[in-house]
Design a protein around this ligand. Structure first.
Ligand SMILES: [Zn+2]
Length: 287
């Protein structure tokens, strides 16, 4: 561990510059428990705790921009406990931030222009690539609406502007203020056969806050092949994509088995009032 302030500063700098990476990683969809273990180890390595502690600080300071219905809004009430800490109804509803440390939760500021890039493995058939692109775009637009964040589609969002996911890109760091999603053919060795998706986040510290720098998501074509083509608010490809991209916005796993942020998507999975509130909180960090 860092012995003196200079060492410690260097350590923090390294953390910021290299990436406080985290990974919410994730993997939703049914059948596997293994990858969850992997996520936790990576998060701890950078001094950030996965499935962060509580939304209450963010709720306290947040500047919520989106309209919430009554059930969702109700979850924002704060109650002080005897110990002097805050616990919110939202925490009780099972929703968690993805990563936290002593500087609080990792959330994008509202004025940051978040560029989104869609890369798809060329080994995947063109018709499937087109469906993947359309599904991913609709999820980004949905997240933009529910968080109020300044999300802009920049790369790979049309057939003419199609971007292929190269081996080098799948392991490189995206540009600052960018979320890059890579659809990877399930036969491709960049992902192990039992890995369905992984989100890696790079973070920096500014004025005592954890600010995301960029996020890279790899998602296996397996997800697309095995999930129904349905609406986002029920178990579907879009819901699976929404799960991964929500990690990129700072939302962690929910303890509620009916939530789309539960580690495994249940047949009953939906976008719960707590999920809507969490999305609003994820977009609530004032600049
Ligand atoms: Zn997950």
């Amino acid at each position: 561990m860092a012995r003196n302030p200079a060492d410690r500063r260097r350590l923090y700098k390294r953390i910021s510059l290299l990436l406080a990476g985290i990974v919410a990683g994730l993997v939703l969809i049914a059948y596997l428990a293994g990858p969850e273990q992997k996520e936790a180890e990576i998060g701890l390595r950078y001094g950030l705790t996965l499935d962060g502690k509580s939304w209450s600080t963010a709720i306290d300071e947040g500047n919520i921009r989106v309209e919430l219905d009554r059930d969702a809004a109700k979850l924002l009430a704060l109650y002080s406990t005897g110990s002097g800490n805050f616990i919110s109804e939202l925490d009780l509803a099972g929703s968690n931030p993805s990563t936290s440390n002593r500087f609080g939760n990792l959330l994008w500021p509202q004025c940051t222009r978040i560029a989104t890039e869609i890369f798809i493995d060329q080994d995947i058939p063109a018709a499937t690539r087109s469906q993947m692109r359309d599904a991913t775009i609709s999820v980004f637009l949905w997240l933009k609406e529910l968080t109020g964040l300044y999300i802009v589609l920049t790369k790979g969002s049309s057939e003419r502007g199609e971007e292929f996911s190269s081996a080098a890109q799948r392991i490189s760091t995206p540009d600052d203020n960018t979320i890059a999603i890579h659809w990877v053919d399930k036969e491709n060795t960049v992902m192990s056969p039992d890995e369905l998706a992984a989100a890696t986040m790079w973070a920096t510290q500014k004025r005592g806050q954890q600010i995301p720098r960029s996020t890279r998501i790899r998602i296996s074509s397996n997800v697309f092949d095995t999930m129904p083509d349905d609406e986002i608010d029920r178990k579907s490809r879009k819901m699976a994509i929404a799960h991964e991209l929500s990690h990129a916005l700072g939302i962690g796993h929910s303890n509620d088995p009916d939530s789309y942020m539960y580690p495994v998507l249940a047949p009953s999975a939906s976008i719960t009032p707590a999920d809507r509130t969490a999305l609003a909180i994820a977009g609530s960090r004032a600049c």
